[in-house]
Design a binder for this molecule. Structure first.
Ligand code: NAI
Length: 455
């Protein structure tokens, strides 16, 4: 038979596209070589959140005196945390499997490789099977980038250096962890391992951590993390990894940090190799599949969604891109927008952002006004964050009085940053937002407060 759609990759982009297409009545084949759910479910978003929740609970009780809570003999058992993580992952992977069944998607647990064309159909080899498809969706995701640094490959082979994949299966707590790269993965895992008692050093090439995140918020977070014992080595260029150390150059000096394990988290590369993309001339630039705003590649009937197109390597972007691709496959017009995609750094406290920062707005020459408030404006925040130093920033276009961006340093912000995302997507004006009733008391009321404080 010829499938209406063949999906390569069973991560958030692939499984959601397969589900939507299956539910719309298309015959769908999905190829996955490792585990349904992809990086997000198996070795990314979900497992790290289970680890971070255990750490948050432990830290909350450990520092509970300020709330009148005292505990004795408190411990955190890393191996139990990992066991629970595995249970959560298993349940969710089983859920995706059930979704595929319910949507009548045929799953091939094998790597899908494009062989070429047979008339108008695409030919894909999935293990021993040869599949034919009218349309293709490439959703093969990304992998940890491995730069050409001396000793890194050997370190990965020996198990001294780990990526996000292996570190989540460490059954024992390392005494000393060196994190190469102070981005999202590095900071989330530095935060967890610090909480369970590992001595953590983050080695970052730039003069700041957390990439393009609002640096006023990041400075406060960094100071908090330093107070907890995490050491940051900035402007530090890693030159070599040896038996038990990471060597780096900082201010023209050669330095090293000794460690029991090293986490490599310096960014990700789209998985475009050995997929047979060249057999059908799919355009790949800087290692990623090029897509338009319908998620179509340069080849008609071939789409790409998720990390593989390198546009915004986030699971929630992947979901939406998958829907856009399927809607276009079904002949419905739907275009992808990238201007209101929330991003969250799940440290404790969290940083959540959407839209422009002051730095990106200035760079683009966009006129903006900023409302900045301490989180103490929220009663719920005060009740639950003794001594908290959270802040919020709202960026507004002074001409249209529409929201351009929102940045929050406080817990729960991941749960309500979408408010600002919705304001941007829908183009709501401050006057329209003022008429929305927020539940009280909630941390989210800070958004309403900022809107009223705008002058
Ligand atoms: P990243 O791009 O966020 O951070 C990498 C960091 O490594 C940067 O600060 C960079 O300057 C630094 N770096 C690069 N080369 C270096 C070197 N040789 N030595 C020292 N530092 C170096 O990448 P990361 O953390 O690996 O995350 C990858 C992707 O996963 C991101 O695109 C992110 O969107 C996604 N992700 C999202 C999460 C979330 O939304 N909460 C959580 C985890 C990952």
């Amino acid at each position: 038979m010829t499938y209406d759609l063949i999906v390569l990759g069973g991560g958030p982009a692939g499984y959601l596209a397969a589900e939507r297409a299956g539910n719309a009545g298309l015959s769908v084949a999905l190829c996955e070589e490792r585990s349904l759910g992809g990086v997000c479910l198996n070795e990314g978003c979900i497992p790290t959140k289970t680890l971070l929740y255990s750490a948050k609970l432990y830290d909350g009780v450990r520092h509970g005196e300020k709330y009148g809570v005292k505990a004795e003999g408190l411990t955190i058992d890393h191996s139990e945390v990992i066991k629970r993580k595995n249970k959560v992952v298993r349940a969710l992977v089983a859920g995706v499997k059930a979704q595929m069944r319910n949507s009548k998607v045929t799953v091939f647990m094998a790597r899908g490789v494009i062989e070429g064309k047979n008339g108008a159909d695409f030919v894909v080899k999935a293990g021993e099977e040869t599949l034919l498809g009218k349309k293709l969706l490439i959703a093969t995701g990304s992998s940890a980038a491995v730069p050409p640094i001396e000793g890194l490959k050997e370190g990965l082979a020996s198990g001294f250096v780990l990526t996000n994949r292996e570190i989540l299966d460490l059954s024992e707590k390392p005494e000393r962890l060196c994190v190469i790269g102070g981005g999202v993965i590095g900071l989330e895992l530095a935060s967890y391992f610090n909480s369970i008692g590992t001595k953590v050093t983050v080695v970052e090439m730039l003069d700041h951590i957390a990439g393009e995140t609002d640096q006023d918020l990041v400075k406060i977070l960094k100071a908090d993390l330093e107070k907890r014992g995490i050491v940051f080595e900035l402007n530090a260029k890693v030159t070599r990894v040896s038996g038990n150390a990471v060597h780096y150059e900082q201010n023209n000096e050669n330095k090293q940090v000794e460690a029991d394990k090293v986490l490599l988290s310096i960014g990700r590369r789209a998985n475009t190799r050995d997929l047979g993309l060249e057999k059908i001339q799919v355009l790949v630039e800087r290692g990623a599949v090029v897509t338009d705003d319908k998620m179509q590649t340069n080849i008609p009937n071939v789409y790409a969604a998720g990390d593989v197109n390198g546009r915004s390597m986030l699971a929630h972007t992947a979901y939406r891109e998958a829907e856009v691709a399927v809607n276009n496959i079904l002949g419905e017009k739907d275009l992808m927008r990238y201007d209101a995609i929330p991003a969250v750094l799940y440290t404790n406290p969290e940083i959540s952002s959407v839209g422009e920062t002051e730095a990106t707005a200035a760079k683009k020459g966009l006129p903006f006004k900023t409302v900045q408030l301490p989180m103490q404006y929220s009663g719920r925040y005060q009740a639950e964050n003794e001594g908290g130093r959270g802040i919020m920033k709202l960026l507004v276009d002074p001409k249209t009085e529409r929201v351009l961006g929102c940045h929050l340093l406080c817990n729960y912000s991941s749960e309500f940053i979408i408010l600002a995302g919705a304001f941007i997507t829908q183009g709501l004006t401050l006057n329209q937002i003022k008429k929305i009733v927020f539940p009280h008391p909630t941390v989210s009321e800070i958004v309403r407060e900022a809107v009223f404080q705008y002058k």
